[in-house]
Design a protein around this ligand. Structure first.
Ligand code: NAD
Ligand code: UGA
Length: 459
C-alpha cells in the first residue's frame, strides 16, 4: 500500500523531529503532527524557528524546509486521523504516579486515549504505529480497543520504536543504526518500510514480530543505562584506589567486544526514558514472578541514585560539612548537552539535596529557562514554591552566576564550559574556590594551576 498521508499524535521530542525527517525525505507524503497542547502546536508553527518548542541541532533548518510544504502542525486531531492512512502514536508514557504499579509501571492512559480516539473517528482502514515506548504486549490492548470500539474498519498495528537520542536526534534519524518494525501484517510492515526506505538501506530495516519489537526497545535502553551504571560503579572504586576512570574506560573500551561508547562516568544518567523504561522492565518481570530478573535490572537504577547522592554528599563534605548560606553555582541544568530537556536531570536531584542543606543555588544553562528550573524543583514538592524562588536564582551570563560562589558544580557537559575564561572565574569566586566537575570536562592540571580546588568523578 502506498501511503500518501501520515498523522502523528504527539508533537514532542520524538514526534516532532521524527516526522520532520520523514517529511524531508518523502516530499510526496503529507505529514501532519497533532497534539492536544495548543501552546506547543503554536510554538511549532512560530515563524521564528528559534522559538520551536524543542531545541535540537539541525531541527530548525528541516522544519523551515518542510513546514507548509508537506509538514503541518495542528490541533485538529480528528481531522488528521480521518485523512491519514497511517497514524503514529507518539505520546508520553511516563511512570505511573497513582494506583497499581505506582512509581514503576508505565502509565498508558495517553496511549489508550489515542487508540480510542482513532477507533471513534476512523472511517477507512488504518495502519496504527506504536512510536511511543511501550511495555511488551501493549499492542494487544491497542488491538482490542481498536477492534471492539471501532466502526468496523480494519486496523493493522505495528510497533516501530524510536532509538534517537536527544541532542543528536537529527543525525540519529538521518543515519540510524537500524529501524525496527514489528507487526503481523506483511503489507503494513512493507508500507512503513517503504517510507524509511527513502533514505535507510533496506538491510538496516529489521522486521520482527510485535512482541520482539516492543521488548527490544526496553532492552536497548536497559543495556545502555546499565553501561553507565557499570562505569559509575567503577568510578567510586577508582576514587578509593588511585585508578583513573577515564583510563580504565579507555582500556576496556578498546576491547572490541566491549566497545568504547557510553563509558563516560558522570553524576548519573538523566533524561525522560532510561529510568522510566527500566522501572517498567522491572515491573513487567515482577508481574511474571521473575524476581531475579527484576532485581538484576533494578540495581541499575539503585546505582544511578547512589551516584547522584554521592556527588552532592562529596560536595557538602568538601565544603567543610556545611553548605548552609553558601552560594553554589550550577553550570548546566539540562540532562545532557545540546538539548533544552531537563526531565530527570541529575541537576534537579543534586540541587534539591543542596537546598535541603540550606544552600543558595545559582543556575546557568544556555538553553534552559528560569521558569523550567523552578518548575522542576517545585514538582518534587520538597519545599514551598516561595522558598525555591528565594533560594534559587538563574542567570543569563555564566560569569554573573559564579560571582561570589563558594563552589561550582558542573552538571551538564555543554561544550562552551570548556572555553570559559577560568582565570576570570577564579578571581570573582570566594576562596578557596572549589569546582566539582560532574562531567569530567575540564583539565585537572590547568584548573589546579589557576588555583582551584578541583575534583571530578572517578579520579
Ligand atoms: P513528550 O512529552 O515530549 O511529547 C508527548 C506529546 O504527546 C505531548 O506534547 C502531549 O501533549 C501529547 N499528547 C499526550 N496525549 C495526547 C493525546 N491524547 N492526543 C494528542 N496529543 C497527546 O514525549 P516524548 O519525549 O516525545 O516521548 C514520547 C514517547 O517516545 C515516549 O513513550 C518515550 O518513551 C518515547 N521515546 C522518547 C525519546 C526521547 O528522546 N524523548 C526517544 C525514544 C523514545
Ligand atoms: C536514550 C538512548 O540513548 C536512545 O537510544 C533512546 O532512544 C532514548 O534514550 C529514549 O528512549 O528516550 P537520551 O536519553 O536522549 O537517549 O540520551 P543519552 O545520550 O542516552 O543520555 C542519557 C543520559 O545518560 C544523559 O544524562 C547522559 O549525560 C548520560 N550518559 C550518557 C552518561 O552519563 N554517560 C555516558 O557515557 C552516556
Amino acid at each position: 500500500m502506498k501511503i500518501n498521508k501520515i498523522c502523528c499524535i504527539g508533537a514532542g521530542y520524538v514526534g516532532g523531529p521524527t516526522m520532520a525527517v520523514i517529511a524531508k525525505m518523502n516530499p510526496d507524503i503529507q505529514v501532519t503532527i497533532v497534539d492536544i497542547n495548543a501552546e506547543r502546536i503554536a510554538a511549532w508553527n512560530d515563524k521564528d524557528v528559534s522559538k520551536l518548542p524543542i531545541y535540537e541541532p539541525g531541527l530548525a533548518e528541516i522544519v523551515e524546509e518542510t513546514r507548509g510544504r508537506n509538514l503541518f502542525f495542528s490541533t485538529e486531531i480528528d481531522k488528521a486521523i480521518n485523512e491519514s492512512e497511517m497514524i503514529f502514536i507518539s505520546v508520553n508514557t511516563p511512570t505511573k504516579t497513582y494506583g497499581k504499579g505506582k512509581g514503576m509501571a508505565a502509565d498508558l492512559k495517553y496511549v489508550e486515549l489515542c487508540a480510542r480516539n482513532i477507533a471513534e473517528v476512523a472511517k477507512t482502514d488504518k495502519i496504527v504505529v506504536e512510536k511511543s515506548t511501550l511495555p511488551v504486549r501493549t499492542a494487544q490492548a491497542i488491538k482490542s480497543i481498536l477492534h471492539n470500539t471501532g466502526n468496523g474498519v480494519n486496523f493493522s498495528i505495528l510497533s516501530n520504536p524510536e532509538f534517537l537520542a536527544e541532542g543528536t536526534a537529527i543525525q540519529d534519524l538521518l543515519n540510524p543504526d537500524r529501524v525496527l518494525i514489528g507487526g503481523e501484517s506483511e503489507d503494513a510492515i512493507e508500507s512503513l518500510a517503504n517510507i524509511y526506505g527513502s533514505w535507510v538501506p533496506q538491510e538496516q530495516i529489521l522486521r520482527t514480530n510485535v512482541w520482539s519489537s516492543e521488548l527490544s526497545k526496553l532492552t536497548a535502553n536497559a543495556f545502555l543505562a546499565q553501561r553507565i551504571s557499570s562505569i559509575n560503579a567503577i568510578s567510586e572504586l577508582c576514587e578509593k584506589t588511585e585508578a583513573n576512570v577515564g583510563e580504565v574506560a579507555r582500556a576496556i573500551g578498546m576491547d572490541s567486544r566491549i566497545g568504547s561508547k557510553f563509558l563516560n562516568a558522570s553524576i548519573g544518567f538523566g533524561g525522560s526514558c532510561f529510568q522510566k523504561d527500566i522501572l517498567n522492565l522491572v515491573y513487567i518481570a515482577r508481574s511474571y514472578g521473575l524476581t531475579a530478573v527484576a532485581d538484576y535490572w533494578e540495581q541499575v537504577i539503585i546505582l544511578n541514585d547512589h551516584q547522584k547522592r554521592r556527588f552532592s554528599d562529596n560536595l557538602i563534605s568538601t565544603l567543610y560539612n556545611t553548605v548552609s548560606g553558601k552560594k553554589i553555582a550550577m553550570l548546566g541544568w539540562a540532562f545532557k548537552k545540546d538539548t533544552n530537556d531537563t526531565r530527570e536531570s541529575a541537576a534537579i536531584y543534586v540541587a534539591d539535596h543542596l537546598l535541603s542543606e540550606q544552600a543558595n543555588i545559582a543556575v546557568y544553562d544556555p538553553k534552559v529557562s528560569e521558569q523550567r528550573v523552578q518548575a522542576d524543583l517545585n514538582y518534587l514538592q520538597t519545599r514551598s514554591e516561595e522558598e525555591n524562588a528565594k533560594l534559587v536564582s538563574c542567570f543569563e551570563d555564566p560569569y554573573e552566576a559564579v560571582k561570589d560562589a563558594h563552589a561550582i558544580a558542573i552538571m551538564t557537559e555543554w561544550d562552551e564550559f570548556k572555553t570559559y575564561d577560568w582565570k576570570k572565574i577564579h578571581a570573582v569566586m570566594k576562596k578557596p574556590a572549589f569546582i566539582f566537575d560532574g562531567r569530567n570536562i575540564l583539565d585537572e592540571d590547568t584548573m589546579t594551576k589557576i588555583g582551584f580546588e578541583y575534583s571530578s568523578i572517578g579520579k
